[in-house]
Design a protein around this ligand. Structure first.
Ligand code: NDP
Length: 592
């Protein structure tokens, strides 16, 4: 094929490399060239710390704030699409970004997620604070666009993106493309944003597409198993970890990745596409007076109503957009009033699901087609991986607590957790993919000590960490804090921890069983009890990790850590000390 490479100064290749590369590509058919492009993209993507920086000074900075890996993957995709248009971009993680650099930026693309109750990702917090502080510079010279990632079932949907979009404008920057707020099924809206933004930038920077007219394959291309194209993993084991009489039902699942080519590192996450529970679908159909055999036409999928409700649509969680769409159809004054009253709306949403919405505000002339048009796609569920590939080649393990509760006179169940706990049979295959999480990783140096805090299902990634350290014969010390309700029934993976303690892989383990005595004992109480040693480990360079419940546990553990440091350094320096741990990636969290 005919090609002309960019100028020597615009590539990182030596003269010899350029010559061989040119000869090599010239002999390829377009199909072969596309394959090679995809192969190299895949190789690079395997290195999760990869920051593409091609062709000297970039015209555009893509600033990415990511709690898990989604924003980073989208930043890389934007980078590749930009390269195909001859636009030079550099991707920077917010946590590594030098604030002084802002004054030098000309074109800034911000891709940022929001989690919990409207919070920025850990690695974005400092930059967000800086931008909202008095010290933030004028950004008159900057042209910008913002892409937000979030979950519309939360009240403060994409808040970090909304705030940054507004703040950049307040600082004088010019918006070149409207912000897009992506929900959990973000692919198509994110891609539309990328193309829109890159169209604007191509015009502004007067660039032409590169001489090689190949479309650069994205990470999500169908030739890789990915979020868009999940792998059907065979279920190998499904074991309940709790003893008889426990209030909890925590499952250990082992899945086969054989033949998928999928790999992962400790700290990565398994994405699982669940299906809804038949009894939940039946109850919903009954409430709506549909029978499930109605034929539904969709842009990307046609099918019977029942089948679409089974695996395509989310039929439990009510999000505000779903409610607004339904309200337009229902034409119900009470529902309209509810939507206008934020406090009453929050109260209503608590513990209710879509079946309550359609029962409480029936819509007389609702058609099956109009109903499904209100719904959000069923998003994949994410589970921290509980195994090391080094110890379990071609397998992935996860730890899942079945979520079941009763609210507003109905029994409820978590979609993903009960799908895995009760609805998959032996020899079933489950659609899965790997979600890389570069923000939850073992230290690069195996001699670095680590402190792990993981009550309940938060224990999962630490099983992977300790297995990995054992497999690598890592000399670093390992200290684990675990918590559960009762010693007898809730000591997850007890036999494995005892083995790790016996063979010395686990240096220390402290366990808090909250309900074995009158007063609750939680992991943070044990951290406080051993505060001096914990601080000494930190002074030795230990990395500290927290996994599990976000709403209460992670906040309390954070406060305990601050107190421990404050007892040694004084309250004023403690905040800075802990912030510095976060900035240097020595304090990492995987909380949900
Ligand atoms: P558990 O509910 O088994 O909790 C583990 C231990 O943490 C228990 O001893 C519990 O004590 C204790 N605990 C409770 N509050 C705190 C706190 N503020 N600080 C420290 N420890 C505390 O763990 P699970 O992992 O099963 O669930 C934890 C939370 O995560 C639940 O709220 C659950 O809804 C949520 N969650 C779980 C998912 C899953 O798949 N497991 C998915 C999404 C969310 P006690 O119970 O006695 O108060």
């Amino acid at each position: 094929m005919h090609i002309s490479l960019p100028e020597r100064s615009q590539t990182p290749l030596t003269d010899d490399q350029r010559r061989s590369f040119q000869q090599f590509i010239a002999a390829l058919s377009p199909e072969q060239a596309a394959w090679v492009g995809g192969y190299l993209t895949g190789l690079v993507a395997k290195d999760s710390t990869f920051i593409p920086e091609i062709g000297g000074i970039a015209d555009i900075t893509i600033l990415v704030g990511s709690q898990t890996g989604n924003s980073e993957a989208l930043a890389e995709q934007t980078h590749r699409l930009a390269a195909g248009r001859g636009l030079k971009t550099v991707v920077k993680k917010m946590g590594d970004y030098k604030f002084q650099q802002l004054k030098a930026e000309k074109n800034l693309l911000v891709i940022v997620s929001t989690y919990g109750e409207g919070e920025p990702p850990d690695n974005a917090k400092e930059l967000v604070e800086y931008l909202f502080s008095k010290r933030a510079p004028s950004l008159k010279q900057v042209q910008f666009a913002v892409l937000g990632l979030g979950d519309s079932s939360y009240e403060f949907f994409c808040k970090t993106a909304v705030d940054l979009d507004r703040r950049l404008e307040e600082l004088g920057a010019t918006r070149i493309h409207p912000r897009v707020d992506c929900d959990v099924d973000y692919e198509s809206s994110a891609e539309a944003w990328m193309h829109g933004v890159l169209n604007e930038l191509s015009i502004l920077l007067e660039t032409k597409p590169q001489a090689i007219g190949l479309s650069i394959p994205s990470l999500t291309s169908p030739s890789f198993y990915s979020r868009k194209n999940p792998f059907s993993a065979l279920l190998l084991e499904n074991i309940v970890l709790n003893g008889r009489g426990s209030l909890k039902e925590t499952h250990h699942l082992e899945l086969s990745l054989e033949g998928s080519g999928l790999t992962y590192e400790p700290g990565d996450v398994l994405g699982v596409y669940p299906a809804n529970a038949p009894e939940v679908i039946d109850a919903l159909l009954q409430t709506l007076h549909f029978d499930g055999t109605e034929w539904i036409a969709l842009n990307d999928k046609d099918g019977f109503l029942y089948d679409l409700l089974f695996s395509h649509y989310e039929i439990t969680t009510i999000t505000r957009p779903v409610m607004q769409k339904y309200a337009l159809l229902a034409n119900n004054r009470k529902l309209d009033q509810l939507l206008r009253n934020k406090h009453k709306l929050n109260d209503y949403l608590h513990g209710r699901e879509i079946i309550d919405l359609v029962a409480d505000f029936p819509s007389e002339h609702l058609s099956p087609q109009a109903f499904v048009d209100c719904l959000r796609k069923l998003p994949p569920r994410l589970y921290s991986i509980a195994s090391s590939l080094k110890q379990h080649p071609d397998e992935v393990h996860i730890t899942v607590a079945a979520v079941r509760y009763h609210s507003h006179s109905r029994d409820r169940k978590g979609v993903g957790s009960t799908f895995l706990a009760e609805r998959i049979t032996e020899d079933a295959t489950i659609p899965v993919y790997i979600d890389r999480n570069s923000n939850f990783k073992l230290p690069a140096d195996p001699a670095t000590p680590i402190i792990m805090i993981g009550p309940g299902t938060g224990i999962a990634p630490f099983r992977a960490f300790v297995e990995e350290r054992e497999a690598m014969d890592a000399p670093g010390k390992n200290w684990l804090f675990f918590g559960g309700q009762h010693f007898e029934t809730d000591f997850l993976y007890q036999a494995e921890w005892l083995r790790f303690l016996k063979n010395g892989v686990l240096t220390r383990m402290n366990v808090a069983f909250s309900r074995d005595q009158e007063q609750k004992i939680y992991v943070q109480h044990l951290m406080a009890e051993h505060g001096k040693e914990l601080y000494a480990w930190l002074q030795e360079g230990a990395h500290i990790y927290v996994c599990g419940d976000e709403k209460r546990m992670a906040h309390d553990v954070h406060a305990a850590l601050l107190n421990i440091v404050a007892a040694e350094t004084g309250a004023d320096s403690a905040e800075e000390y802990v912030a510095n741990l976060q900035k240097t990636k020595r304090y990492q969290r995987d909380v949900y």
